[in-house]
Write a protein that binds this ligand. Sequence first.
Ligand SMILES: [Fe+2]
Length: 363
Amino acid sequence: MKISLDEKGCLNIDHSDLKNFSIHPLWLRERLNTEKYLDQNNYQRLYEPSLLDPEIKFQKYFIEDNILKVEFTDNSNGIFSLDKLNEELKSKDIIPKKKSWKNEFKELPIYDFNNLSEEKYISKLLIDFQELGFVIVKNTSAEEGTVIKFAEMFGPVRTTNFGKHFDVVSKPKANDLAYTSLGIKAHTDNPYRKPMPGIQILHCIANEAKGGDSSLVDGYAVAEHLKKEEPEMYEILTTTNVLFKFVDQDIILENYGKLIELDDSGNYVQSRFSGRLDYVPYLEPEQLESFYAARKKLYYLYESEEFELNFRLESGMLMMFDNIRVLHGRTEYDVNTGFRHLQGCYIDHDSTEGKLRRLKSNL
Ligand SMILES: [Fe+2]
């Protein structure tokens, strides 16, 4: 394999994956990973990279068995696997990309709680979660507190003003409609928080009442659909900043955001939808009418047979879903026909992504 320096002193490797890259000496010097440069317990640098010589050059370099060996002009040296270098140069992430879905599953991503001691099984669950934005777990205990135990398999629980967990049961003078027996259409939880809770886990302790079925909708799939079919509606939904607000006796929470949020390159980032607590800003009447028409369209797509997945959580089942992508809802239930009790909590995306990276590195 040929290896050479270009006129700027950067390394060029004549390898099918690497030949388009000019590797700067300082870029590679910062990546020396032996114990002299990197704490082997925490993989953190033992020196300040800003203080390295900006004029540093490659002194020696050669490749042997797919391993690059280099020496720099400050007498440091190290080795690099070409495969690992390729992954980093191409910013390859082992976290799988989203796969949009409609209500046409042949098989739902249902996992058995009893198998969650196997790393391979958890890894598979987390891959599904990253791709689809939700998974369902069966055969959990129906005991209270199970949701916290499950959540803490992945990471710390995010406590909110609802507590470490919340009990979804019908109660008088509820500070959220979730705590009534009303049907609740597809929504994302807590869009008034900064930041919004990333992942929600809902565990079913009892679901004996008539009604109370669950639903999930892929906000990403709906956004893609709208972009293609209704570009003007998509435009207004991705550019109008809406206020979301929560009010109770103790606190008033507010945050702004688009119903479909994109990044600077126009890629989908997240959905926000909660018809019970959104406040459209002041707009000129014509623009406002366009916004309302677009929001209505979005509402109907979220509850359409094409996109909305319906199922029933029975006692001992839970669902974990990405709260900034997948909307959830439930049908009305009749408190006189039986007891319904779900417990929920929130965790961060860091937990599921971080766990998956760890597991994939182990396997
Ligand atoms: Fe909710």
